[in-house]
Design a protein around this ligand. Structure first.
Ligand code: GDP
Length: 431
Protein backbone atom coordinates (compact mmCIF):
# COMPACT_ATOMS: atom_id res chain seq x y z
CA UNK A 1 0.00 0.00 0.00
CA UNK A 2 2.90 2.46 -0.14
CA UNK A 3 2.48 5.81 -1.83
CA UNK A 4 5.48 8.00 -2.60
CA UNK A 5 5.40 11.69 -3.48
CA UNK A 6 8.31 13.14 -5.44
CA UNK A 7 8.37 16.84 -6.26
CA UNK A 8 10.66 19.68 -7.29
CA UNK A 9 11.96 21.71 -4.36
CA UNK A 10 13.20 24.75 -6.33
CA UNK A 11 11.81 26.64 -9.32
CA UNK A 12 11.37 23.60 -11.55
CA UNK A 13 13.79 21.78 -13.90
CA UNK A 14 15.45 20.01 -10.99
CA UNK A 15 15.94 16.86 -13.07
CA UNK A 16 12.75 15.24 -11.83
CA UNK A 17 12.15 13.39 -15.09
CA UNK A 18 15.13 11.10 -14.81
CA UNK A 19 14.61 10.33 -11.12
CA UNK A 20 10.90 9.86 -11.43
CA UNK A 21 11.55 7.51 -14.32
CA UNK A 22 14.05 5.64 -12.17
CA UNK A 23 11.60 5.43 -9.27
CA UNK A 24 8.74 4.59 -11.61
CA UNK A 25 10.46 1.31 -12.37
CA UNK A 26 9.52 0.26 -8.86
CA UNK A 27 5.99 1.65 -9.05
CA UNK A 28 2.82 -0.06 -10.21
CA UNK A 29 1.06 3.26 -10.76
CA UNK A 30 2.48 6.69 -11.63
CA UNK A 31 0.22 9.71 -11.18
CA UNK A 32 0.42 13.30 -12.46
CA UNK A 33 -1.77 15.52 -10.30
CA UNK A 34 -1.13 19.14 -11.34
CA UNK A 35 0.28 21.41 -14.03
CA UNK A 36 -0.19 21.02 -17.72
CA UNK A 37 1.88 20.46 -20.84
CA UNK A 38 4.45 22.92 -19.46
CA UNK A 39 6.25 20.12 -17.68
CA UNK A 40 9.27 19.06 -19.68
CA UNK A 41 10.56 15.92 -18.06
CA UNK A 42 13.59 14.65 -19.89
CA UNK A 43 14.17 10.95 -19.63
CA UNK A 44 17.22 9.34 -21.19
CA UNK A 45 17.04 5.60 -21.77
CA UNK A 46 20.17 4.22 -23.39
CA UNK A 47 20.69 6.40 -26.45
CA UNK A 48 17.06 7.46 -26.61
CA UNK A 49 15.98 10.78 -25.16
CA UNK A 50 12.30 11.35 -24.40
CA UNK A 51 10.75 14.63 -23.31
CA UNK A 52 7.40 14.08 -21.62
CA UNK A 53 5.04 16.99 -21.20
CA UNK A 54 1.79 15.49 -19.99
CA UNK A 55 2.16 11.73 -19.88
CA UNK A 56 3.52 10.38 -16.58
CA UNK A 57 7.10 9.11 -16.63
CA UNK A 58 6.05 5.52 -15.97
CA UNK A 59 4.97 5.19 -19.60
CA UNK A 60 8.43 3.92 -20.58
CA UNK A 61 8.13 1.00 -18.18
CA UNK A 62 6.01 -1.86 -19.45
CA UNK A 63 3.47 -2.90 -16.85
CA UNK A 64 3.16 0.49 -15.15
CA UNK A 65 -0.24 2.18 -15.07
CA UNK A 66 -0.08 5.93 -15.71
CA UNK A 67 -2.80 8.22 -14.42
CA UNK A 68 -3.41 11.84 -15.37
CA UNK A 69 -5.36 13.23 -12.44
CA UNK A 70 -8.21 15.73 -12.29
CA UNK A 71 -5.83 18.49 -11.18
CA UNK A 72 -3.92 18.47 -14.46
CA UNK A 73 -4.88 20.94 -17.19
CA UNK A 74 -4.94 18.81 -20.29
CA UNK A 75 -4.34 20.07 -23.80
CA UNK A 76 -5.83 17.15 -25.74
CA UNK A 77 -3.95 18.08 -28.91
CA UNK A 78 -0.64 17.95 -27.07
CA UNK A 79 -1.63 14.76 -25.29
CA UNK A 80 -2.50 12.97 -28.51
CA UNK A 81 0.66 14.32 -30.15
CA UNK A 82 2.65 12.84 -27.29
CA UNK A 83 0.81 9.52 -27.56
CA UNK A 84 1.52 9.40 -31.31
CA UNK A 85 5.15 10.38 -30.80
CA UNK A 86 5.73 7.62 -28.26
CA UNK A 87 3.94 5.04 -30.40
CA UNK A 88 6.07 6.02 -33.39
CA UNK A 89 9.12 5.15 -31.30
CA UNK A 90 7.70 1.78 -30.34
CA UNK A 91 6.39 2.64 -26.89
CA UNK A 92 3.04 1.04 -26.13
CA UNK A 93 0.43 3.64 -25.10
CA UNK A 94 -3.22 2.64 -24.87
CA UNK A 95 -6.18 2.67 -22.54
CA UNK A 96 -4.63 -0.07 -20.46
CA UNK A 97 -1.50 1.82 -19.42
CA UNK A 98 -2.64 5.44 -19.73
CA UNK A 99 -5.78 6.69 -17.98
CA UNK A 100 -7.01 10.26 -18.14
CA UNK A 101 -9.30 11.71 -15.48
CA UNK A 102 -12.75 12.56 -16.81
CA UNK A 103 -12.66 15.50 -14.39
CA UNK A 104 -9.48 17.10 -15.75
CA UNK A 105 -9.99 20.51 -17.33
CA UNK A 106 -9.36 20.95 -21.02
CA UNK A 107 -7.04 23.53 -22.55
CA UNK A 108 -8.61 24.82 -25.77
CA UNK A 109 -7.18 26.84 -28.61
CA UNK A 110 -8.72 29.97 -27.10
CA UNK A 111 -6.79 29.44 -23.86
CA UNK A 112 -3.51 29.40 -25.77
CA UNK A 113 -4.48 32.48 -27.78
CA UNK A 114 -5.54 34.40 -24.66
CA UNK A 115 -2.39 33.33 -22.79
CA UNK A 116 -0.25 34.98 -25.46
CA UNK A 117 -2.43 38.07 -25.80
CA UNK A 118 -2.61 38.67 -22.03
CA UNK A 119 1.13 38.33 -21.67
CA UNK A 120 1.60 40.89 -24.45
CA UNK A 121 -0.95 43.16 -22.76
CA UNK A 122 1.01 43.03 -19.49
CA UNK A 123 4.15 44.28 -21.25
CA UNK A 124 6.84 45.01 -18.67
CA UNK A 125 4.71 43.32 -16.01
CA UNK A 126 4.67 40.00 -17.86
CA UNK A 127 4.80 36.79 -15.84
CA UNK A 128 6.90 34.82 -18.29
CA UNK A 129 4.32 32.13 -19.00
CA UNK A 130 5.07 29.36 -21.47
CA UNK A 131 2.04 30.50 -23.50
CA UNK A 132 0.45 27.07 -23.50
CA UNK A 133 -2.93 28.19 -22.20
CA UNK A 134 -2.48 26.58 -18.79
CA UNK A 135 -3.12 29.68 -16.65
CA UNK A 136 -6.27 30.68 -18.59
CA UNK A 137 -7.54 27.09 -18.34
CA UNK A 138 -7.09 27.03 -14.55
CA UNK A 139 -8.68 30.50 -14.38
CA UNK A 140 -11.77 29.17 -16.19
CA UNK A 141 -11.85 26.19 -13.85
CA UNK A 142 -11.92 28.50 -10.82
CA UNK A 143 -14.48 30.73 -12.53
CA UNK A 144 -16.57 27.60 -13.19
CA UNK A 145 -16.79 28.18 -16.91
CA UNK A 146 -14.27 25.54 -18.00
CA UNK A 147 -14.95 22.30 -19.84
CA UNK A 148 -13.74 18.98 -18.56
CA UNK A 149 -12.61 15.88 -20.39
CA UNK A 150 -15.99 14.25 -19.70
CA UNK A 151 -17.68 17.13 -21.54
CA UNK A 152 -15.72 16.34 -24.71
CA UNK A 153 -17.24 12.88 -24.79
CA UNK A 154 -20.78 14.21 -25.19
CA UNK A 155 -20.92 15.91 -28.61
CA UNK A 156 -24.12 17.92 -28.00
CA UNK A 157 -23.06 19.06 -24.56
CA UNK A 158 -19.57 19.84 -25.82
CA UNK A 159 -20.94 21.96 -28.65
CA UNK A 160 -23.30 23.97 -26.48
CA UNK A 161 -20.76 24.60 -23.69
CA UNK A 162 -17.93 25.41 -26.05
CA UNK A 163 -20.19 27.71 -28.06
CA UNK A 164 -21.09 29.62 -24.90
CA UNK A 165 -17.47 29.80 -23.75
CA UNK A 166 -16.17 30.92 -27.13
CA UNK A 167 -18.75 33.69 -27.47
CA UNK A 168 -17.22 35.39 -24.45
CA UNK A 169 -13.61 34.53 -25.29
CA UNK A 170 -13.98 35.77 -28.84
CA UNK A 171 -15.35 39.07 -27.54
CA UNK A 172 -12.26 39.35 -25.34
CA UNK A 173 -9.90 38.41 -28.17
CA UNK A 174 -11.49 40.81 -30.63
CA UNK A 175 -12.63 43.78 -28.58
CA UNK A 176 -10.01 43.98 -25.86
CA UNK A 177 -6.97 42.66 -27.69
CA UNK A 178 -7.95 43.62 -31.24
CA UNK A 179 -7.00 40.17 -32.51
CA UNK A 180 -8.64 37.71 -34.87
CA UNK A 181 -11.51 35.78 -33.22
CA UNK A 182 -11.58 31.99 -33.51
CA UNK A 183 -13.90 30.38 -36.02
CA UNK A 184 -16.67 28.76 -34.00
CA UNK A 185 -17.72 25.82 -36.17
CA UNK A 186 -14.16 24.75 -36.88
CA UNK A 187 -13.39 24.73 -33.14
CA UNK A 188 -16.54 22.74 -32.31
CA UNK A 189 -15.85 20.08 -34.94
CA UNK A 190 -12.24 19.82 -33.93
CA UNK A 191 -12.84 19.24 -30.24
CA UNK A 192 -15.75 16.85 -30.72
CA UNK A 193 -13.46 14.76 -32.95
CA UNK A 194 -10.70 14.95 -30.35
CA UNK A 195 -13.11 13.71 -27.68
CA UNK A 196 -13.60 10.55 -29.69
CA UNK A 197 -9.86 9.93 -29.82
CA UNK A 198 -9.55 10.49 -26.08
CA UNK A 199 -12.40 8.15 -25.18
CA UNK A 200 -10.30 4.98 -24.75
CA UNK A 201 -8.15 6.71 -22.13
CA UNK A 202 -10.89 8.38 -20.07
CA UNK A 203 -11.46 7.05 -16.56
CA UNK A 204 -12.16 8.00 -12.97
CA UNK A 205 -8.45 8.37 -12.28
CA UNK A 206 -8.94 9.22 -8.59
CA UNK A 207 -10.97 6.07 -8.01
CA UNK A 208 -8.29 4.05 -9.81
CA UNK A 209 -5.54 5.55 -7.65
CA UNK A 210 -7.47 4.83 -4.45
CA UNK A 211 -8.34 1.31 -5.56
CA UNK A 212 -4.70 0.63 -6.42
CA UNK A 213 -3.66 1.83 -2.98
CA UNK A 214 -6.25 -0.34 -1.28
CA UNK A 215 -5.06 -3.29 -3.35
CA UNK A 216 -1.54 -2.83 -1.99
CA UNK A 217 0.00 -1.45 -5.19
CA UNK A 218 2.97 0.91 -5.15
CA UNK A 219 2.02 4.42 -6.22
CA UNK A 220 4.28 7.26 -7.28
CA UNK A 221 2.95 10.82 -7.44
CA UNK A 222 5.13 12.87 -9.72
CA UNK A 223 5.17 16.62 -9.22
CA UNK A 224 5.77 18.99 -12.12
CA UNK A 225 7.44 22.40 -11.85
CA UNK A 226 8.72 23.21 -8.34
CA UNK A 227 7.61 24.18 -4.87
CA UNK A 228 8.81 27.77 -5.26
CA UNK A 229 6.40 28.05 -8.20
CA UNK A 230 3.45 26.86 -6.11
CA UNK A 231 0.47 29.11 -6.71
CA UNK A 232 -0.15 29.56 -2.98
CA UNK A 233 3.25 29.25 -1.32
CA UNK A 234 5.57 30.32 -4.15
CA UNK A 235 6.84 33.65 -5.44
CA UNK A 236 3.41 34.88 -6.54
CA UNK A 237 2.59 36.16 -9.16
CA UNK A 238 5.67 34.63 -10.81
CA UNK A 239 4.40 31.13 -10.22
CA UNK A 240 2.60 28.36 -12.01
CA UNK A 241 -1.16 27.91 -11.69
CA UNK A 242 -1.27 24.86 -9.42
CA UNK A 243 -0.04 23.36 -6.14
CA UNK A 244 3.22 21.72 -7.04
CA UNK A 245 4.38 19.78 -3.97
CA UNK A 246 2.84 16.95 -1.99
CA UNK A 247 0.28 19.58 -1.03
CA UNK A 248 -1.30 19.25 -4.50
CA UNK A 249 -1.90 15.51 -4.39
CA UNK A 250 -5.11 15.25 -2.43
CA UNK A 251 -6.95 17.84 -4.53
CA UNK A 252 -5.31 17.03 -7.86
CA UNK A 253 -5.61 13.26 -7.74
CA UNK A 254 -8.61 12.79 -5.44
CA UNK A 255 -6.27 10.88 -3.18
CA UNK A 256 -6.45 11.23 0.62
CA UNK A 257 -3.48 13.15 2.08
CA UNK A 258 -3.05 10.61 4.87
CA UNK A 259 -2.47 7.85 2.36
CA UNK A 260 0.79 9.37 1.16
CA UNK A 261 3.48 7.47 3.07
CA UNK A 262 6.71 9.09 1.99
CA UNK A 263 7.60 12.48 0.56
CA UNK A 264 10.86 13.24 -1.23
CA UNK A 265 11.95 16.57 -2.75
CA UNK A 266 14.39 17.05 -5.61
CA UNK A 267 16.79 19.97 -5.88
CA UNK A 268 19.83 20.77 -7.96
CA UNK A 269 23.19 21.40 -6.34
CA UNK A 270 22.76 25.00 -7.53
CA UNK A 271 19.67 27.00 -8.55
CA UNK A 272 18.01 27.73 -11.87
CA UNK A 273 14.88 29.58 -12.80
CA UNK A 274 13.08 30.13 -16.09
CA UNK A 275 11.03 33.24 -16.75
CA UNK A 276 10.53 36.30 -14.59
CA UNK A 277 10.36 36.64 -10.83
CA UNK A 278 12.53 36.82 -7.72
CA UNK A 279 15.68 34.71 -7.58
CA UNK A 280 17.84 35.85 -4.65
CA UNK A 281 20.98 33.84 -5.51
CA UNK A 282 20.98 34.62 -9.24
CA UNK A 283 24.41 35.13 -10.82
CA UNK A 284 24.02 37.56 -13.64
CA UNK A 285 27.68 37.27 -14.55
CA UNK A 286 30.37 34.97 -15.91
CA UNK A 287 29.90 32.50 -13.04
CA UNK A 288 26.19 32.19 -13.86
CA UNK A 289 27.05 31.72 -17.55
CA UNK A 290 29.57 29.03 -16.60
CA UNK A 291 26.96 27.09 -14.61
CA UNK A 292 24.57 27.46 -17.57
CA UNK A 293 27.12 26.04 -20.00
CA UNK A 294 28.39 23.24 -17.73
CA UNK A 295 24.84 22.25 -16.80
CA UNK A 296 23.37 22.79 -20.28
CA UNK A 297 20.71 24.92 -18.66
CA UNK A 298 18.34 25.52 -21.53
CA UNK A 299 14.64 24.68 -21.24
CA UNK A 300 13.76 21.22 -22.57
CA UNK A 301 10.31 22.43 -23.67
CA UNK A 302 11.03 26.00 -24.71
CA UNK A 303 14.80 26.07 -25.34
CA UNK A 304 14.96 29.26 -23.25
CA UNK A 305 18.25 29.84 -21.40
CA UNK A 306 17.69 29.32 -17.69
CA UNK A 307 18.76 31.89 -15.12
CA UNK A 308 21.45 30.33 -12.95
CA UNK A 309 22.80 30.93 -9.46
CA UNK A 310 24.13 29.39 -6.26
CA UNK A 311 22.23 26.91 -4.11
CA UNK A 312 19.64 28.65 -1.97
CA UNK A 313 19.25 26.72 1.29
CA UNK A 314 16.59 29.14 2.52
CA UNK A 315 14.30 28.35 -0.41
CA UNK A 316 14.94 24.60 -0.38
CA UNK A 317 14.43 24.31 3.39
CA UNK A 318 11.11 26.11 2.99
CA UNK A 319 10.10 23.95 0.02
CA UNK A 320 10.89 20.69 1.82
CA UNK A 321 9.06 21.78 4.95
CA UNK A 322 5.92 22.78 3.02
CA UNK A 323 5.51 19.20 1.84
CA UNK A 324 6.79 17.61 5.03
CA UNK A 325 9.58 15.92 3.06
CA UNK A 326 11.29 12.92 4.64
CA UNK A 327 14.41 13.73 2.66
CA UNK A 328 15.60 14.92 -0.72
CA UNK A 329 17.63 14.09 -3.79
CA UNK A 330 20.37 16.41 -4.99
CA UNK A 331 20.89 16.47 -8.75
CA UNK A 332 23.55 17.86 -11.09
CA UNK A 333 26.30 17.65 -8.51
CA UNK A 334 28.63 16.78 -11.42
CA UNK A 335 27.97 20.19 -12.97
CA UNK A 336 29.82 21.93 -10.14
CA UNK A 337 33.15 20.21 -10.82
CA UNK A 338 35.95 22.64 -11.60
CA UNK A 339 34.92 25.59 -9.46
CA UNK A 340 37.57 26.73 -6.96
CA UNK A 341 34.92 27.77 -4.53
CA UNK A 342 31.16 27.38 -4.18
CA UNK A 343 28.70 29.55 -2.33
CA UNK A 344 25.51 28.55 -0.54
CA UNK A 345 22.89 31.02 0.66
CA UNK A 346 22.17 30.20 4.28
CA UNK A 347 20.07 33.26 5.03
CA UNK A 348 19.00 36.63 3.64
CA UNK A 349 19.75 40.18 4.53
CA UNK A 350 16.66 42.30 4.19
CA UNK A 351 17.49 45.95 4.76
CA UNK A 352 19.98 45.10 7.51
CA UNK A 353 17.75 42.47 9.09
CA UNK A 354 19.06 38.89 9.02
CA UNK A 355 16.53 36.22 8.03
CA UNK A 356 17.03 32.49 8.19
CA UNK A 357 13.58 31.54 6.94
CA UNK A 358 11.94 32.21 3.60
CA UNK A 359 10.01 35.48 3.93
CA UNK A 360 6.87 34.20 2.20
CA UNK A 361 4.72 36.99 3.58
CA UNK A 362 6.88 39.77 2.20
CA UNK A 363 6.09 41.30 -1.15
CA UNK A 364 9.62 42.72 -1.19
CA UNK A 365 11.54 39.48 -1.60
CA UNK A 366 13.30 41.10 -4.58
CA UNK A 367 15.30 43.20 -2.17
CA UNK A 368 16.57 40.22 -0.15
CA UNK A 369 20.35 39.85 -0.39
CA UNK A 370 21.67 36.34 0.16
CA UNK A 371 24.06 35.73 3.03
CA UNK A 372 26.58 33.24 1.69
CA UNK A 373 28.71 30.55 3.21
CA UNK A 374 31.75 29.57 1.14
CA UNK A 375 32.49 25.96 0.43
CA UNK A 376 35.64 24.57 -1.19
CA UNK A 377 35.17 23.22 -4.71
CA UNK A 378 36.60 20.09 -6.36
CA UNK A 379 38.19 19.34 -9.72
CA UNK A 380 37.31 15.66 -10.24
CA UNK A 381 34.76 14.48 -12.77
CA UNK A 382 31.96 12.86 -10.74
CA UNK A 383 29.99 11.32 -13.59
CA UNK A 384 31.41 7.79 -13.24
CA UNK A 385 31.18 7.66 -9.45
CA UNK A 386 28.54 5.37 -7.98
CA UNK A 387 29.36 5.16 -4.29
CA UNK A 388 29.31 7.97 -1.79
CA UNK A 389 32.84 7.11 -0.64
CA UNK A 390 34.08 7.60 -4.23
CA UNK A 391 33.20 11.29 -4.17
CA UNK A 392 36.01 13.73 -3.43
CA UNK A 393 36.08 14.93 0.14
CA UNK A 394 35.06 18.46 -0.87
CA UNK A 395 31.99 17.16 -2.75
CA UNK A 396 30.93 15.11 0.26
CA UNK A 397 31.49 18.09 2.55
CA UNK A 398 29.33 20.16 0.20
CA UNK A 399 26.48 17.62 0.24
CA UNK A 400 26.66 17.33 4.02
CA UNK A 401 26.69 21.09 4.38
CA UNK A 402 23.55 21.33 2.22
CA UNK A 403 21.68 18.70 4.18
CA UNK A 404 22.47 20.41 7.47
CA UNK A 405 21.36 23.76 6.09
CA UNK A 406 18.07 22.51 4.67
CA UNK A 407 17.48 20.30 7.67
CA UNK A 408 16.68 17.13 5.73
CA UNK A 409 18.80 14.14 4.70
CA UNK A 410 20.10 13.68 1.15
CA UNK A 411 18.82 10.26 0.09
CA UNK A 412 20.35 10.14 -3.36
CA UNK A 413 22.83 12.10 -5.46
CA UNK A 414 22.57 12.41 -9.21
CA UNK A 415 25.84 12.85 -11.11
CA UNK A 416 24.72 12.82 -14.74
CA UNK A 417 21.71 12.62 -17.05
CA UNK A 418 21.71 8.81 -17.42
CA UNK A 419 19.47 6.68 -15.24
CA UNK A 420 22.38 4.81 -13.67
CA UNK A 421 24.35 7.96 -12.82
CA UNK A 422 23.15 8.04 -9.23
CA UNK A 423 24.62 7.47 -5.80
CA UNK A 424 22.30 5.88 -3.24
CA UNK A 425 22.54 7.27 0.23
CA UNK A 426 19.28 6.61 2.08
CA UNK A 427 15.87 5.01 1.70
CA UNK A 428 13.55 6.68 -0.81
CA UNK A 429 10.80 4.11 -1.16
CA UNK A 430 8.16 3.78 1.51
CA UNK A 431 8.15 0.46 3.34
P1 GDP B 1 12.68 18.30 -14.87
O1 GDP B 1 11.72 19.21 -15.51
O2 GDP B 1 12.81 18.53 -13.41
O3 GDP B 1 12.50 16.86 -15.22
O4 GDP B 1 14.12 18.71 -15.42
P2 GDP B 1 14.56 18.67 -16.94
O5 GDP B 1 14.35 17.31 -17.48
O6 GDP B 1 14.01 19.83 -17.66
O7 GDP B 1 16.08 18.97 -16.78
C1 GDP B 1 16.91 18.03 -16.48
C2 GDP B 1 18.04 18.05 -17.48
O8 GDP B 1 19.21 17.74 -16.80
C3 GDP B 1 17.87 17.01 -18.53
O9 GDP B 1 18.55 17.38 -19.70
C4 GDP B 1 18.51 15.79 -17.88
O10 GDP B 1 18.95 14.82 -18.80
C5 GDP B 1 19.64 16.44 -17.15
N1 GDP B 1 20.02 15.85 -15.88
C6 GDP B 1 19.24 15.24 -14.95
N2 GDP B 1 19.96 14.88 -13.87
C7 GDP B 1 21.24 15.30 -14.13
C8 GDP B 1 22.45 15.25 -13.38
O11 GDP B 1 22.53 14.77 -12.25
N3 GDP B 1 23.53 15.80 -13.98
C9 GDP B 1 23.51 16.36 -15.21
N4 GDP B 1 24.63 16.88 -15.71
N5 GDP B 1 22.38 16.43 -15.92
C10 GDP B 1 21.26 15.90 -15.39
Amino acid sequence: MPALSVFGAQWGDEGKGKLIDLLAREADVVVRYQGGPNAGHTVVVGREKYVLHLIPSGILNPGTLNLIGNGVSVDPLKLLEEVDGLRARGVRVDGSNLRLSALAHVIFEHHRVIDGLSERWRGEGRIGTTGRGIGPCYADKAARVGLRVCDLLEPDLCRSRLRAALAEKNALIERVHGAQPLELDAQLDRYVAIGERLRPFVADAGAEARAAHKAGKRLLFEGAQGAMLDIDAGTYPFVTSSNTGANGISAGACFPPRWVDRVVGIAKAYTTRVGEGPFPTELDDALGARIREQGNEYGSTTGRPRRCGWFDAVAVRYALELSGADGWIVTNLDVLSGFDELQVATGYDLGGQRLRDWPAHLPSIESARPVYARQPGWREDLTAMRRYEDLPLAARAYVEFLEREVDAPVLMISVGPERDQVIQRGRIQPT
